[in-house]
Design a protein around this ligand. Sequence first.
Ligand SMILES: Nc1ncnc2c1ncn2[C@@H]1O[C@H](COP(=O)(O)OP(=O)(O)OP(=O)(O)O)[C@@H](O)[C@H]1O
Ligand SMILES: [Mg+2]
Length: 270
Amino acid sequence: MGIVAIMRRTPLGSRFRGNDELGNGTMRPEDFTIATPSHSIVNTPAPPTLVEIRKLSKYYQRGEQIIPVLVDINLDIGLGDYVALMGPSGSGKTTLLNLIAGIDKPSNGTIKVGGVDIASFSESDLAAWRASHVGFIFQFYNLMPVLTAFENIELPLLLSNLSRRERRERVGIALSLVGLADRADHRPNELSGGQQQRVAIARALITDPTLIVADEPTGDLDRTTGEEILSLIDQLNRELGKTILIVTHDPKSAEKARRLIHLEKGVLAA
Ligand SMILES: Nc1ncnc2c1ncn2[C@@H]1O[C@H](COP(=O)(O)OP(=O)(O)OP(=O)(O)O)[C@@H](O)[C@H]1O
Ligand SMILES: [Mg+2]
């Protein structure tokens, strides 16, 4: 049984899945392909909007000084889309990604995800929402050094009501999916950078979130390893239908995405 089927059997509350149940209870990969490549089929209706951002601004105040970081951003991201966000250092990419992922709150404007305005959530509601709807992949992996690969991946599931057996089953499948079944007991310092990022990808995936955000996920890796990581992220989009938002400085990384958006000094450029 594949990871998608296991995840369906033990759902965690993701609200945006497609209709994936056959009458006889078996699963087909194509039932989860909720994204349609916009460039391949003409006259296909646009996928439903997952993220809807309107008049979004973010500024920081330091004493008398106001530092505008994002200015009047309007952006839609479709369900199942794969978006690369590029722009010079300091242009606000990480800030925008963190706002969409519910790590940070805007100064003005609305961010609707799945029709819900996450900017209006309390901190605790936002944390709960994030835990079940968003998977994170960071440049420096952000794994817990004292935990094994298995335990790092399992961590987000400890907040769920899954049994120990169900958790083990899911983590095992996630480890296989990222090609690390034989590294389950390794701690991060016993893994290469690429392997650590694979663990981080498995951890991002484990709660079956709708949206996966990645902030320069290949920034610390050599080109070959970076390409392997990008292929894996691509697979999450194409085979599991995950909506992906990836921040990158590398035009090669951006090529895999279906859509490219640019930030310049806090403003979205066409
Ligand atoms: N807590 C803060 N207080 C004040 N200014 C901040 C704060 N956090 C970020 N900034 C400013 O916001 C701007 C955008 O930062 P951000 O991290 O989003 O840039 P970025 O596009 O991700 O850059 P990089 O490519 O270098 O990662 C920067 O000018 C930064 O100095
Ligand atoms: Mg950044």
